[in-house]
Design a protein around this ligand. Structure first.
Ligand SMILES: [Zn+2]
Length: 325
């Protein structure tokens, strides 16, 4: 058993190292002059859409890459140079990036757009709060997230007016794709019987997903009950024994059988819930397929497809495991 554990640690470290190596190579290339608009995005969910809108005229780089946690990310050696090189910086905003130096650097950049804040200006009623704090995980609703496309296209067009038509055409194509993806995810989730359509993951990243896809309709009373997580809006929150009791009560109330880990969050809290559930004679399982919450893997090389693939992956995993259990 120990050998398996050490092998797991070895391959995890190897994966992290190879991600970091390839990011360094990409960053070095990105720093070079090539007459393209240099765009730095804080997360891959933003970068993927920027890349689809910007196409061949934009050179994109993600600051918080791989499985790094965007909530707790702080500037590291070399990041200042990336900000200095960037023509435009796109961030999620809404409090997602909250490392003090990172927030200052984002705000001090001369051409910086917090895309979530732009959505909040237009649709303030669509932004969720949990315990008084703004929930920044807006990418979990494809329809809501597609509202960042216009601010991206506008920023690129303003900086590079010669290619405005090109950016607007790509923006329209991407919005059409995301509209279709939203409907597909909605239909897939609604194929789960309503009394089984309840989700439990590691941290509070899925409230937007729950409202958009798990509720019977957008005005369902108590739709928040469709989702529950042991950790708070940031995955570094400590879980109290009261949290465990509340979650066990929730699992019993809605007859929930399967819990979903997230790709970049420790499974400790989920395991604690399983352990506590067993003591209460609950038959709980952990999904062997993790969900992508705050981080997503680069699955395809087609711009704009990675984000959509990530969302579809989450929906398919949730649907399959809930239906099987
Ligand atoms: Zn999060």
């Amino acid at each position: 058993m120990k050998a398996v554990f050490y092998l797991f640690v070895f391959f995890s470290l190897l994966f992290t190292f190879s991600c970091s190596q390839s990011h360094t190579i990409n960053a070095q290339k990105w720093m070079q002059q090539n007459n393209k608009v240099k765009v730095l995005s804080t997360t891959e969910m933003i970068n993927d859409l920027v890349s689809a809108v910007g196409g061949e005229h934009v050179d994109c780089l993600t600051l918080i890459f791989g499985g790094l946690d965007p909530h707790s990310y702080e500037l590291v050696k070399g990041d200042d140079e990336k900000f200095n090189r960037a023509d435009i910086v796109f961030s999620n905003g809404l409090g997602l990036e909250h490392g003090a130096c990172l927030v200052n650097t984002i705000q001090n950049h001369q051409n910086s757009v917090a895309l979530g804040n732009e959505i909040k200006k237009i649709f303030p009623d669509k932004i969720l709060t949990t315990d008084g704090a703004i929930d920044p995980h807006i990418w979990m609703d494809v329809s809501l997230w597609s509202n960042i496309i216009d601010p991206i296209a506008m920023s690129l067009s303003k900086f590079d007016p010669d290619h405005k038509e090109y950016y607007l055409k790509n923006a329209k194509n991407l919005k059409d794709k995301m509209k279709v993806a939203h409907a597909e995810i909605f239909n897939l989730m609604q194929s789960i019987p309503s009394d089984k359509r309840y989700l439990v993951t590691s941290h509070d990243a899925f409230y937007y997903f729950a409202r958009a896809y798990l509720a019977d309709s957008c005005d369902e009373a108590n739709w928040e009950d469709r989702f529950c997580a042991p950790e708070g809006l940031a995955p570094d929150n400590q879980m109290s024994s009261l949290n465990i009791i509340n979650i066990i009560d929730h699992l019993k109330k809605y007859n929930i059988k399967v819990l979903f880990p997230e790709s970049n969050v420790s499974r400790d809290s989920i395991r604690k819930i399983i352990f506590a559930g067993k003591k209460k004679a609950l038959d709980l399982k952990i999904s062997e397929d993790p969900l992508y919450g705050d981080a997503m893997e680069v699955i395809e090389t087609i711009s704009g497809e990675n984000y959509i693939k990530m969302m579809k992956h989450n929906a398919e995993v949730i649907c399959r495991h809930i239906k099987e259990n």
